[in-house]
Design a protein around this ligand. Structure first.
Ligand code: ADP
Ligand code: 5GP
Length: 189
């Protein structure tokens, strides 16, 4: 069986990664989501093992010590997020394309490791104000978390040029069309 490849959707929080990823999963049955580990609390409706592996800080640290993470980062006031090697390897070895929804630094690390075997797409909001508005309307963040996410977003937007593709998420259908086309080309290359 041919080994799969990695597709990374990267953007500041609220950029539209999860929304675009949901559409990709509807269209590509060879695509599988890499469920990350995190120390943040679950949001309403989020399930352990499906959206994230929700871990205590101690359990997360143990996994760092045993080398279980391909990459991990700490942000938003001490919350940790990491890509588990086991998630990625088992899916790649089964021939799946593995979709990572991760932030900028982690994405650059994964890109460094996988090189040509990965496609990285930076999802860019049309403007900072629109990003802020979408995050507010999503209604998932406390005031404190919102501020931390927006502060980080300002820095993250500077990294856009370092990824394989930049797609502006203004009109959702247009953005999705571009993402779908890029993913389809990569899968067939
Ligand atoms: P991320 O996963 O990158 O944090 P989300 O996919 O959760 O971002 O999107 C943030 C919010 O913006 C969600 O409420 C989503 O429904 C909304 N959204 C995403 N893309 C668009 C778009 N093109 N137009 C309007 N709203 C959008
Ligand atoms: P959220 O708390 O909104 O689910 O995610 C916050 C940010 O963490 C998002 O930009 C998301 O892409 C990123 N993220 C999720 N999982 C990982 C991971 O495993 N590694 C890294 N580096 N970032 C992640």
């Amino acid at each position: 069986m041919k080994k799969g490849k990695i597709i990374i959707l990267v953007s500041p929080s609220g950029g539209g990664k999860s929304t675009l990823a949901r559409r990709l999963f509807n269209d590509f049955d060879t695509l599988s989501f890499s469920v990350s580990a995190t120390t943040r609390n679950p949001r309403e409706g989020e399930q352990n093992g499906i959206h994230y592996h929700f871990l205590s800080p101690d359990d997360f640290n143990s996994k760092i010590d045993t080398g279980d993470f391909l990459e991990w980062e700490e942000f938003y006031g001490g919350k940790r997020y990491g890509t588990l090697r086991s998630e990625v390897d088992k899916k790649l070895n089964s021939g799946y394309f593995v979709l990572l929804d991760i932030e900028v630094k982690g994405a650059l690390n994964v890109k460094r490791i996988y090189g040509e075997e990965s496609l990285s797409i930076f999802i860019k909001p049309p403007s900072f104000d629109v990003l802020r508005q979408r995050l507010i309307e999503r209604g998932t963040e406390s005031e404190e978390s919102l501020v931390l996410r927006l502060e980080r977003a300002i820095k993250e937007l500077d990294y856009a040029d370092q990824f394989d593709r930049i797609i502006v998420n203004d009109d959702l259908d247009t953005a999705y069309g571009e993402v779908k086309e890029a993913v389809s080309q990569f899968m067939n290359s």
